[in-house]
Design a protein around this ligand. Structure first.
Ligand code: KIV
Length: 265
C-alpha cells in the first residue's frame, strides 16, 4: 500500500473513500495500527486522560506530546502521524511556531490545533513555514472550563452557522484537515460538503470524510464512562488485531458510526 500523505487523504475525500484513524501514544500500538492499514494516527493530548490519568487534557505539555510522538514514529516509521498542540502552546504565532517545530522534529507529519477564527494568522504562518495543520472545531476539550463541560456543540442554528463560517476561514488560512468533535450529524454533513479538505469526525456522525476514536475507548478500556459516540470493538472480537481490523472495516464500509453513536440537531 502506498504511504499516506495529505494529498492522498484529499484524494480519498474526492473519491468518497472513508478515512480511518485512531489515537496512538506508543511504539507497539503504532506498529499494530500501521500493520492493519490505519490511514493515519493522532498523538492526541487525550494522553493526559488515558496515559497520564488526569481529568482533562490541560496538564499536557509540548514535551509530553513530543515524547509520545517520537515513540509512535519509532513504531511506525512510514505512518502519517498528526501531533496535538497542547493547551496554551499556541497562544500566539511565535509560540505556535516553537511548539510545532518541537513536534515536527519528534516525528510528526502535521500538527493539530483547537479553535476557530482566532487561529487564522497562526495557521497561515505555520503553513508558510512548512508545517501542515489539522484544525479542530466543535467540542474543544482544551476549552472545557469555558464550555462548562463536555457537551455537544453547534445545536442552535446560529452556533451551527458560526461553526461552518469558522471551518471555511480555517481552510482558507491553509488548514488541510479538520477534526469535528461532538457536533450534530446535520452540521457535520454541511461542513463536509462545503469544504474541499477532509473532515474527520468523532461524535459527528457518518457523513464526515473519515472517523477517529481514542484507542482506549474503542478497546473498551475506560470502564467508568463510554461516550455515546464510542463503540467497544474488542467486546465482539477475540483479539486486539481483530478489534482494530473490525473498526477499520466498519469505518470503510460506512457501518460505523451508526445513528446510535450520533447526535441530532
Ligand atoms: O486528543 C485527542 O485524542 C483528540 C481526539 C479526540 C480527536 O483530539
Amino acid at each position: 500500500m502506498a504511504a499516506i500523505s495529505i494529498a492522498s487523504l484529499t484524494k480519498m475525500k474526492a473519491a468518497g473513500d472513508k478515512i480511518v484513524s485512531i489515537t496512538a501514544y506508543d511504539a507497539t500500538f503504532a506498529r499494530l495500527f500501521a500493520s492493519l492499514g490505519m490511514d493515519f494516527m493522532l498523538v492526541g493530548d487525550s494522553l493526559g486522560n488515558v496515559v497520564q490519568g488526569h481529568g482533562s487534557t490541560i496538564p499536557v505539555s509540548v514535551a509530553d506530546v513530543a515524547y509520545h510522538t517520537a515513540a509512535v514514529r519509532r513504531g511506525a516509521p512510514e505512518a502519517f502521524v498528526v501531533a496535538d498542540m497542547p493547551f496554551m502552546s499556541y497562544s500566539n504565532p511565535q509560540q505556535a511556531y516553537d511548539s510545532a517545530a518541537e513536534l515536527m522534529r519528534s516525528g510528526a507529519n502535521m500538527v493539530k490545533l483547537e479553535g476557530g477564527e482566532w487561529l487564522v494568522e497562526t495557521i497561515r504562518g505555520l503553513v508558510e513555514r512548512g508545517i501542515p495543520v489539522c484544525a479542530h472545531l466543535g467540542l474543544l476539550p482544551q476549552s472545557v472550563n469555558v464550555l462548562g463541560g463536555y457537551k455537544v456543540q453547534g445545536r442552535e442554528q446560529s452556533a451551527a452557522d458560526n461553526t461552518l463560517r469558522q471551518a471555511l476561514a480555517l481552510q482558507q488560512a491553509g488548514a488541510q484537515l479538520l477534526v469535528l468533535e461532538c457536533v450534530p450529524v446535520s452540521l457535520a454533513a454541511r461542513i463536509t460538503q462545503q469544504l474541499s479538505i477532509p473532515t474527520i469526525g468523532i461524535g459527528a456522525g457518518p457523513d464526515c470524510d473519515g472517523q477517529i476514536l481514542v484507542m482506549h475507548d474503542m478497546l473498551g478500556l475506560n470502564s467508568d464512562y463510554l461516550p455515546k459516540f464510542v463503540k467497544n470493538f474488542l467486546a465482539d472480537h477475540g483479539s486486539l488485531s481483530a478489534a482494530v481490523s473490525a473498526y477499520i472495516h466498519a469505518v470503510k464500509d460506512g457501518s460505523f458510526p451508526g445513528p446510535e453513536h450520533s447526535f441530532s440537531g
